[in-house]
Write a protein that binds this ligand. Structure first.
Ligand code: TXA
Ligand code: MG
Length: 539
């Protein structure tokens, strides 16, 4: 056990004495945990094989896993890399100082201990002022993340203290790290640049500078036993807390259902979702729509799970966009690539000719916990007073159909039903809008926990709404029954009802395009008619 010195390194001026002590220890071949903008690093003189060896011992790190050399001035790169291609200069120009590590051919002065025996070397210029000052006062520093090998990287002084007291010569307190996950690693030693580890600099940003950039298979996938790792670090167990984590794919509604039917004791979810899991140990990692906040919180959250004693944890699945790729890369490894598919909750189309009794079926579906979205209601909303959609209609059917924000429905009808073309025009304006609103409402309802969302739409097929549905239920009924229902419902004569029915499709129009059909003839039991649907879609 080493007698580890605690240093205070928050401010370049106030804390310069401690910063100088850190630099001196490093110049003399010692190892010091230092803050960077990504995670804390455990640093040693990159050019001293003897000093670097101590890092591996302190971390329990496999010898063949190379380290990143940290510099504070671009010119130092020439003492480390044998060649510095244009592409490296461009990347440095754009992203240094910052969370990007570039792999280049190595100069022989860099010892094998630092490069893990490879012919290439990883270089990065951190943007953390204290890290830079320490480098400036000492030398280029080899520094892996300052965690015990295999465990989550430290993003706060408490983490570093927990991991490195007794192991390092000194630990520097520089507060919390901004980015929260380690730097992006890209190699320029391949024909096409390849992203080896995602981080704070995103794939999209790299491509905007370099054009084509490949992504190493191991970024989101486990390494096969005999596969050659592009980056040695990918082979090893990583970022793992003691708790066993499984990632549930799907949305919040699906996650809730899965969690509440499982015997897990811990939940790793996004902020604002805590209330849904009253009996579990809950740890959050950022907001669902904010990858940066997830990156910042993830390692801390993994440690927190262990502190709170969670053993069996179900985790939400983050997006892979932008910095989300870095979040997923760490979380997937922390979970040892254990995934569960959440229950898929369907969007269901419900259609049929007028008078067939769709309303009856939709009430039954509602009683089962389905959300039913009434598209007639959406059509009324779109044409209601002051609806922004009125201006679209006015543009096509004449400005005079709207006055004082109110639609003259009769005038619109007289114009829209004048010719077949005009009628089709009205449909082509209304239908996509209605379906867009409906699918959005359905999505939201599933998110909040509905067992299924139903788009109730007489013109489902005409509006191509079925393309947004996982399945379709049609409701049909014998003609005489429909006739009676329409007359009673709308208070119209037999002739009027017949004329309405005459423009409608035959039953086969509906049944041929539907997975399920309910014949609503007064004899059929809806429960029975939809038992197949319930078994398949509403488990
Ligand atoms: O943000 C960071 O990069 C932090 C802070 C301290 O700077 N450092 C860090 O280092 O994460 P470390 O050692 O935990 O991760 C370095 C990764 C490893 O996966 C290693 O295999 C890879 O970079 N690497 C280093 N040199 C390489 C090389 N020559 N070729 C391929 N991969 C290399
Ligand atoms: Mg590491």
């Amino acid at each position: 056990m080493k007698n580890t010195l605690k240093l205070r390194t928050f401010d370049i001026n106030d804390d310069i004495a401690d910063i100088e002590i850190a630099a001196e220890i490093l110049r003399n071949g010692g190892i010091v945990a230092i803050p960077t903008e990504t995670v804390y690093g455990l640093a040693a003189d990159a050019f001293s094989g003897e000093a670097v060896k101590k890092i591996f011992e302190a971390k329990g790190r496999p010898q063949d896993n190379p380290l990143i050399v940290h510099i504070s001035d671009f010119s130092q790169i020439y003492s480390i890399a044998r060649e510095v291609p244009e592409s490296a200069k461009k990347l440095a120009e754009e992203f240094w100082p910052g969370p990007l590590t570039i792999i280049l051919p190595k100069r022989q002065e860099v010892p094998d201990e630092t490069s893990g025996g490879l012919d290439t070397v990883a270089v990065r210029m951190p943007s953390h002022r204290i890290a830079n000052k320490i480098i400036e006062l000492s030398c280029p520093l080899a520094a892996p993340s300052a965690n015990i090998s295999g465990f989550p990287s430290p993003t706060s002084f408490e983490h570093v203290e927990a991991d490195m007291m007794g192991r390092a010569d000194a630990v520097c307190d520089g507060g919390d790290c901004d980015v929260g996950v380690e730097s992006t690693v890209i190699t320029l030693a391949t024909e096409i640049p390849m992203l080896l580890r995602p981080g704070g600099v995103t794939l999209e940003q790299l491509r905007s500078v370099l054009g084509e950039v490949d992504v190493a298979q191991a970024v989101l996938n486990p390494m096969g036993k005999d596969e050659k790792a592009e980056s040695p670090g990918m082979k090893y167990k990583h970022y793992s807390p003691d708790a066993q984590i499984q990632i549930v794919r799907g949305n919040l509604g699906e996650f809730r259902e899965y969690v509440n039917n499982s015997d897990c004791d811990g939940v790793l979810c996004f902020e604002g979702e805590e209330e849904f899991f009253p009996d579990k140990i809950i740890v959050t990692f950022g907001r669902e729509t904010d990858s940066l906040s997830q990156a910042q919180r993830l390692f801390d959250a993994l440690r927190e799970l262990d502190e709170k004693g969670a053993k069996n944890v179900l985790a939400r699945s983050p997006s892979t966009d932008g910095v989300g790729l870095a979040v997923c890369n760490r979380l997937y490894r922390a979970a040892a690539f254990r995934f569960i598919d959440g229950v898929k909750r369907p969007v269901v189309g419900l259609t049929g000719p007028t008078g067939a009794g769709k309303g009856y079926v939709s009430q039954y579906l509602e009683s089962l916990g389905c959300y039913v979205c009434d598209t007639d209601k959406i059509a009324r909303e779109l044409t209601a007073e002051n609806s922004p959609f009125l201006s679209v209609l006015a543009k096509h059917f004449g400005e005079d159909i709207v006055s004082g924000g109110v639609l003259d429905r009769k005038l619109l009808a007289s114009r829209a039903f004048a010719t077949k073309e005009k009628q089709e025009l009205l449909n082509s304006l209304m239908h996509p809008e209605i379906i867009a609103v409906a699918t959005e409402r359905c999505r939201e309802a599933l998110y909040k926990g509905a067992v299924a969302s139903v788009i109730d739409a007489p013109l489902l097929f005409e509006a191509k709404g079925e393309e947004h549905c996982d399945t379709v239920i049609s409701v049909i009924a014998p003609k005489e029954m429909r006739l009676e229902r329409i007359m009673a419902r709308d208070g119209i004569t037999k002739e009027q009802a017949l004329s309405r029915m005459s423009v409608q499709h035959e039953d086969s129009f509906y049944t041929e395009k539907s997975e399920f059909t309910v014949v609503n003839d007064g004899k059929t039991d809806v429960r029975e008619a939809l038992s197949g649907f319930v078994a398949k879609y509403l488990r």
